[in-house]
Design a protein around this ligand. Structure first.
Ligand code: RNT
Ligand code: ZN
Length: 431
C-alpha cells in the first residue's frame, strides 16, 4: 500500500543566504571566471535520471523477473519500489532533493501493464502513456531504451545478432516499437527523446566467427532504423561495451563497431564510463568522436574494477568528462544520462548522490579558468598551465554549489539526507 502522501518534516526555507558566496564570486572573477554565467548554465543542463536505480533493473512485466544478460545488481537494501506508483513516488522524492530540472530515462520493461501484459514485441504507446502524463506533470522530458535482456529470447546471450532469424526478428520488432514510442515521448513532451540501444550480445569463450554476428547486427540495426522519424522527436543512440559477465571473450557491439555504425548513419554514440578497460576513461574520447557524429549520449557511471555500475561520485574520471564537455563547448551536443544501480544502500540516496555528484562535476568544469588555461597553453606556458590547474582546484566551489541549491530551493549538502531518512522511515520501511 502506498502512503497517501509523504510529509516532509523539514523546512526548506531555513537555508540561509550564503555568506561565502559573494567572496567566492570575487575570487573566481580574479581568474576570469563568471560565477553567475556558470550558475545559469548549470541550471540549464538536464541530467537524465535512470528509472532502473529505483528497483534494481527489475521492471514491471512480472514480479519474478530475473536480471540477466550480464547485468548484475548486488545488495538487498530494504524498500525497493515494487510498483509503478512506488517508483514514481521515489523518483519524485529524489527529484525534489536534486537541484535543477532533469529528465526521466525509462527502460521498456517499466511499461504500465495494468491493462494486461504485453511481450516485448507487442508493446504499444498505451503501455507508456501514464509515464508521459507523469513527466508532463513533473514538467520534464523523457528518454527511452529498448530492453533486450531479462527475457527467455535473450537467455543464450544473443538478440539482434542471433543466428536464428526468428529471434532477431523478435528483437527488431521490439526496437522498432521502442523508437515509435520514444518519438511519442518526444512529440508529447516537446523535447526529443534519446532512444538508446544496448544489447548484451557476445560470447563467454573465444568465438570461431567474429564477423557473422557483426554483419547480422548491422542488418538488424538497419531494419530497426529503417523507419524515418523526425529528429525533433527522436534521437537514436547506440551503446558499445568492452565485455560483460558471460561475454568476456567477445562483444558483438564493440566500440569500433558502434563508432563506425554511428558515423555511417549519423546517429548518436553512447559512451558509458564503465564500458572500457578499467583504467580507460571516456573523457578523451569526446573530442574525437564529436568530430564525426552529430551528438553523443553519456552514461555517467562508476566502474570499480569492472563495469560494476557503482553510484557516481565526484572523482577524477567524472570531473575529466565534464571538463571536456565545457572546454570543448560540447554541452549542446551532449545528452547526459546516468547508469548505475546499487541495491546495497538506500536507492533514493543513490540517485541523489550520483546525480548531485554529476552536477558538481559540471559546476567544477564551468568554474575552471578555462580561457586562461587555454591562453597559457597557446603561449606555450605549460608551467603556468599546470600551476593554474592545481591552484584552481582549491577555489571555493562549495559555496557556489550551496548557492545553486539555495536558489533551486533544494536541500544543500549535509541536509538532503535527513529527508531521505525521514522518507525511509515513513514510506520505504513499510514496503
Ligand atoms: C549495460 C549498459 C546498459 C544498461 C542499462 C540498464 O552494460 O550499460 O546501458 O546498464 O540499459
Ligand atoms: Zn550504460
Amino acid at each position: 500500500m502506498l502512503e497517501p502522501s509523504f510529509h516532509c518534516p523539514f523546512d526548506h526555507n531555513k537555508f540561509m543566504p550564503n555568506s561565502y558566496f559573494n567572496d567566492s564570486v570575487e575570487r573566481y572573477a580574479e581568474i576570469g571566471v563568471d560565477v553567475e554565467a556558470a550558475l545559469t548554465t548549470l541550471a540549464e543542463v538536464p541530467i537524465s535520471m535512470h528509472c532502473w536505480q529505483g528497483d534494481d533493473v527489475g521492471g514491471f512485466e512480472s514480479s519474478d523477473t530475473t536480471l540477466g544478460s550480464g547485468l548484475a545488481v548486488t545488495g538487498n537494501y530494504p524498500g525497493k519500489a515494487r510498483t509503478i506508483d512506488e517508483l514514481r513516488q521515489d523518483l519524485e522524492t529524489a527529484m525534489r532533493l536534486i537541484p535543477g530540472q532533469h529528465r526521466l530515462n525509462l527502460h521498456a520493461i517499466y511499461g504500465d501493464f495494468s491493462s494486461g501484459k504485453a511481450d516485448r514485441n507487442a508493446i504499444e504507446l498505451k503501455h507508456f502513456q501514464s509515464w508521459i502524463d507523469w513527466c508532463q506533470a513533473q514538467g520534464i522530458g523523457m528518454d527511452f531504451n529498448p530492453s533486450c535482456f531479462s527475457h527467455p529470447k535473450a537467455d543464450d546471450g544473443m538478440t539482434l545478432a542471433h543466428s536464428d532469424a526468428a529471434i532477431r526478428d523478435f528483437w527488431i520488432e521490439h526496437c522498432k516499437r521502442c523508437r515509435r514510442i520514444g518519438a511519442e515521448f518526444g512529440q508529447q513532451l516537446g523535447s526529443p527523446c534519446v532512444t538508446n540501444i544496448w544489447i548484451p550480445d557476445g560470447m563467454k569463450d573465444t568465438p570461431a566467427d567474429r564477423t557473422g554476428p557483426r554483419q547480422r547486427l548491422i542488418e538488424s540495426l538497419d531494419a530497426v532504423l529503417a523507419e524515418n522519424i523526425d529528429r525533433a522527436h527522436l534521437l537514436d543512440a547506440v551503446e558499445c561495451k568492452l565485455f560483460g559477465i558471460g561475454s568476456e571473450s567477445y562483444v558483438v557491439g564493440s566500440h569500433e563497431f558502434y563508432l563506425g555504425y554511428a558515423i555511417k548513419n549519423q546517429i548518436l554514440l553512447c559512451l558509458d564510463a564503465g564500458h572500457f578497460h578499467p583504467t580507460e576513461g571516456i573523457a578523451d574520447k569526446i573530442s574525437s568522436v564529436l568530430q564525426f557524429v552529430p551528438e553523443i549520449l553519456l552514461h555517467v557511471s562508476r566502474g570499480v574494477r569492472w563495469d560494476s555500475d557503482h553510484v557516481v561520485v565526484l572523482d577524477d574520471p567524472t570531473k575529466a568528462i565534464f571538463q571536456e564537455l565545457v572546454r570543448g563547448d560540447y554541452l549542446a551536443r551532449t545528452h547526459i544520462g546516468l547508469d548505475f544501480f546499487d541495491a546495497s544502500i538506500n536507492r533514493i540516496a543513490a540517485w541523489c548522490i550520483g546525480t548531485r555528484a554529476t552536477q558538481k562535476a559540471l559546476l567544477l568544469a564551468l568554474l575552471s579558468p578555462n580561457d586562461k588555461l587555454q591562453q597559457l597553453e597557446q603561449a606555450g606556458d605549460y608551467s603556468g598551465r599546470l600551476a593554474l590547474m592545481e591552484d584552481a582546484r582549491m577555489l571555493p566551489a562549495g559555496a557556489v554549489w550551496e548557492e545553486f541549491c539555495r536558489r533551486s530551493d533544494t536541500a544543500g549538502d549535509l541536509q538532503w539526507l535527513e529527508e531521505v531518512r525521514a522518507y525511509e522511515a515513513q514510506v520505504l520501511a513499510k514496503r
